[in-house]
Design a binder for this molecule. Sequence first.
Ligand SMILES: C[N+](C)(C)CCCC[C@H](N)C(=O)O
Ligand SMILES: O=C(O)CCC(=O)C(=O)O
Ligand SMILES: [Fe+2]
Length: 342
Amino acid sequence: MWCHRLSHLQSRLQNLLRRGVTCWAFQQLNFKSLFPLAIHLHHTASESLNCAWQQHEDHFELQYANTVMRFDYVWLRDHCRSASCYNSKTHQRSLDTASVDLCIKPKTIRLDETTLFFTWPDGHVTKYDLDWLVRNSYEGQKQKVIQPRILWNAEIYQRAQVPSVDFQSFLETNEGLKNFLQNFLLYGIAFVENVPPTQEHTEKLAERISLIRETIYGRMWYFTSDFSRGDTAYTKLALDRHTDTTYFQEPCGYNNYDRAVINTVPYDVVHRWYTAHRTLTVELRRPENEFWVKLKPGRVLFIDNWRVLHGRESFTGYRQLCGCYLTRDDVLNTARLLGLQA
Ligand SMILES: C[N+](C)(C)CCCC[C@H](N)C(=O)O
Ligand SMILES: O=C(O)CCC(=O)C(=O)O
Ligand SMILES: [Fe+2]
């Protein structure tokens, strides 16, 4: 994430529009068609619970809450939450997964109310709440609402009229912070307005949502076109769309300027790479995928480098920016603590 303020002049935010359509095809199993196939189906508990399960040779099958789930037996042993297998204070596994017999099968399975009890050959008992199994099953996760990401180009973003958040509201209210993060998660960019144009206030803003990442450019960077560092960013030249720090082991995102010599693949693979790079670059440079933003003192722009590239036009006159790099995990953590799906 890049918290970025431009004191004046035009800075072009070019948006990399990720093409890609996700087609979700949910197949609602017809439970009737399932049952005739079952040999030893266990109807258990009261009809109102509407729960049925079956012990297959190599997995456990559970039908509950309109979901048909299938569990591997090693998985059921490995995720045991008993006092000897799981530290409920630290939410960490105590059980040594590698000690579980890969051919393990439960000796008995029993359902009591809404809890399933698995007794293993060594006598150990693992119990699972039915709702926990739905929430943590592969089939249950598939149905989970995930944070939508809105793919956009300049027209879509402009039409969306995404509101910026005011500095005070962002800093002093959870509602303001949550609105900002919701927009940031949806679009991959978000703005905060009326920020006092100082490095200290920009820093305060960044710390509201994340840890600030220390890099070779410092913690908060404050730069202008004085070539104080041997990089085009410290000049008046234009910068085509890119992301920063691609030369780091933990980069912010990828970038053509800083790409090192390609010397890890043979010439024919190199040519395929250039062909793919050209296809991507043509897509990136489509005018409809460029969203221009005129920044001004007090306007702070946050960019998700995994979704959106940035760049600028060349310029004249004096121009000063300050900003920082944020750690993705901490931004997502702040969003989750506010109840957002991140
Ligand atoms: C000036 N500021 C610290 C914001 C960025 C410097 C980035 C330099 C390098 N071209 C890169 O893209 O990583
Ligand atoms: O000057 C700008 O607006 C952006 C500069 C930039 O992309 C960078 O410093 O990495
Ligand atoms: Fe950059």
